[in-house]
Design a protein around this ligand. Structure first.
Ligand SMILES: Nc1ncnc2c1ncn2[C@@H]1O[C@H](COP(=O)(O)OP(=O)(O)OP(=O)(O)O)[C@@H](O)[C@H]1O
Length: 583
């Protein structure tokens, strides 16, 4: 925790905060002694001018102390808040660039807790650290010395309470620290259940599983609550127990002090200041013990934050990148791939080549590796073996930013951002004109419903929930089309479209001059979607079963023929399906 905070805090501001603290501590330590002097000299000896002078000095010291305290508090608050801002943005950047495997390993719910709740723990601990972690030991040490000078004998009385206090702190910490550490993991769990409940609300209702989910949430909720109550109840014992000890020690100090005063062994003012120092010591001790509770909890949070920040970037840019010219050729050479958490090859010996102006369609059964294959092109994953080449050069020799600039990718799970149709389309090209956006909507067969909803400024709710599944998909296609790219990839993007819209959309794509010149890669399940492609790649269990044009494959690929037949009604022919689609 200290390392993480140290690396990300402004050292100058921290130094300044401690400097201000020095004034506060000095004032706190000096004032009881001055009070004692006022009593011993001013009141007992009736020295009124002394009372005035010393009173004025007290006022100045108090003011300095207050200024020091306020400045320290301000600096501590701003530093800890800025630390939070820094950590949150580092984590967000890391998460948005994280390889899919790491993202899945950490889990969405936990990543949210780490970016929010854990960062807050770090902020709180840093604030306490800048306020109390230095002040409390300084006060403890300073007040002990000052108390010793006031009365060494009374100091012994006070010291007798220390072992009792230490025992109390150890017992409370032993019970509460593990409970505080557990809070973070339980918060992860409640976030997970809550997220699933929100995103899967329709499934829950459709399967009538409300009661089951309610119970699941209730368990997660009560686990967290029970744990937090135990942790806070345990630490809340600290304050009354310490107050009891402080009061008992004060009684003992007054009792012994009264004897010392009666025996002329100590002036009365010293007893007053001694009691103040004893109280200061005990409060400093109490604050210090509270820090011992805050720090382990923040340490657990720091560890969880560090885990995110330490995730290695598995997809890196080259040291000496090549310049990526217009892409005229894409090829795979003996590509193998396994996901990091499994040794099983998801793709094996994939080789093909496609040129600018051509369309490659990829077809195959569920789980045959279609999505995995196209993920290499924008480098969402790197191959385990073999190469992906652009214009004959390994894709890993180019900067990812250059690569992404030249590739337009529409993923299987269409996603829209909250905003407007315009703001979503501008993701494709921030400089796109209204005319370009309208054209993209036309190609994606989306202009009709977008106009009905208010045109380019039509609002898009969170996750695009004010649009249907097919409409979201068409808007995602429009976003991809707005981009002037060299390669367009559509990962099963046409599946939610009806036959007619699918056919019209592909016809419009084929007519567009920019898209005509580009490489198009279409992953699809429907034969009608892929039949016109220049090359159809048939994937079967991660291997290329066949590659060629529709007519060729019908002749020589049993797998392709089987797919075609499975989609034809008895009396249909493919030409009929195509005819129906283009109607
Ligand atoms: N993140 C992952 N970690 C581990 N295995 C994965 C991961 N993603 C996919 N797989 C596995 O890789 C194989 C290929 O998956 P992929 O998503 O590429 O298939 P697909 O052909 O696109 O399937 P679909 O048509 O259902 O979308 C499957 O067996 C799947 O279980």
């Amino acid at each position: 925790m200290f390392k993480l905070a140290y690396r990300n805090l402004n050292k100058l501001v921290v130094g300044l905060a401690f400097f201000c603290l020095f004034f506060q501590v000095a004032a706190d330590l000096l004032l009881p002694t001055i009070t004692a002097d006022i009593v011993n000299i001013g009141i007992v000896k009736h020295d009124i001018p002394y009372i005035w002078h010393t009173g004025f000095a007290m006022l100045v010291i108090s003011l300095l102390g207050i200024v020091g305290a306020v400045c320290n508090q301000l600096l501590a608050a701003t530093s800890s808040q800025k630390l939070g801002v820094k950590l949150r943005s580092f984590m967000f950047r890391k998460i948005t660039r994280m390889a899919n495997g790491d993202f899945e390993k950490l889990g969405q719910a936990s990543l949210i807790t780490r970016t929010t709740n854990d960062v807050v723990q770090m902020q709180n601990a840093t604030y306490s650290m800048l306020r109390m972690m230095v002040r409390s030991p300084m006060m403890l040490f300073g007040a002990s010395i000052m108390a010793y000078f006031k009365s060494p004998r009374l100091t012994l009385v006070f010291l007798a309470t220390m072992p009792v206090l230490a025992l109390l702190v150890v017992l409370i910490m032993k019970k509460s620290v593990p409970l505080f550490r557990k809070i973070q993991a339980l918060t992860d769990q409640i976030n997970l259940v809550f997220r699933e409940g929100l995103t899967g609300v329709r499934v829950i209702r459709a399967f009538n599983q409300d009661d089951f989910e309610q119970k699941r949430f209730k368990t997660a909720n009560s686990n967290l609550t029970g744990n937090a109550i135990s942790a806070y109840v345990t630490t809340s014992l600290m304050s009354p127990a310490m107050t009891l000890i402080i009061s008992a020690s004060n009684i003992a100090i007054v009792w012994f002090g009264a004897h010392l005063i009666a025996g002329n062994m100590m002036p009365v003012g010293n007893l007053l200041s001694f009691i103040t120092y004893a109280t200061q010591m005990l409060f400093a001790f109490m604050q210090l013990s509270m820090i011992f509770v805050v720090v382990p909890r923040a340490q657990a949070s720091a560890q969880r934050i560090q885990e995110v920040l330490d995730v290695k970037d598995t997809i890196n840019d080259p040291k000496n990148p090549r310049v990526l010219q217009k892409i005229i050729d894409l090829s795979f050479a003996h590509v193998d791939f396994s996901y990091s958490d499994s040794s099983k090859k998801v793709l094996e010996d994939i080789s093909f080549q496609i040129h600018a102006g051509q369309t490659l369609a990829i077809i195959g059964g569920t789980g045959s590796g279609k999505t995995s294959l196209i993920n290499f092109i924008p480098r969402l994953f790197d191959t385990s073996a073999g190469q992906v080449l652009l214009n004959g050069i390994d894709i890993r020799d180019f900067l990812q930013s250059d690569l992404h600039r030249r590739i337009s990718f529409t993923s299987q799970q269409s996603f829209l951002f909250q905003g407007t149709v315009r703001s979503n389309l501008k993701y494709g090209d921030p400089n796109a004109s209204d005319q370009q956006m309208m054209k993209a909507l036309d190609i994606a067969q989306a202009s009709h419903f977008v106009e009905e909803q208010g045109g380019l400024d039509a609002p898009v709710e969170q996750g695009g929930h004010n649009f249907s599944g097919g409409q979201i998909q068409r808007l995602s296609i429009a976003r991809a089309v707005v981009k002037q790219a060299d390669i367009y990839i559509f990962d099963d993007t046409f599946s939610a479209l009806d036959f007619k819209t699918d056919a019209n959309l592909r016809k419009a794509l084929a007519k567009d001059k920019q898209i005509q010149k580009a490489i198009k890669i279409i992953v699809a399940q429907r034969v009608s979607t892929v039949a016109d492609a220049d090359q159809i790649l048939v994937l079967e269990s991660g291997r290329i079963s066949a590659i060629g044009k529709h007519a060729e494959l019908m002749q020589r690929s049993a797998v392709y023929k089987e797919i075609v037949n499975s989609q034809l009604h008895k009396k249909d022919s493919l030409t009929q399906i195509k005819g129906q689609a283009y109607a």
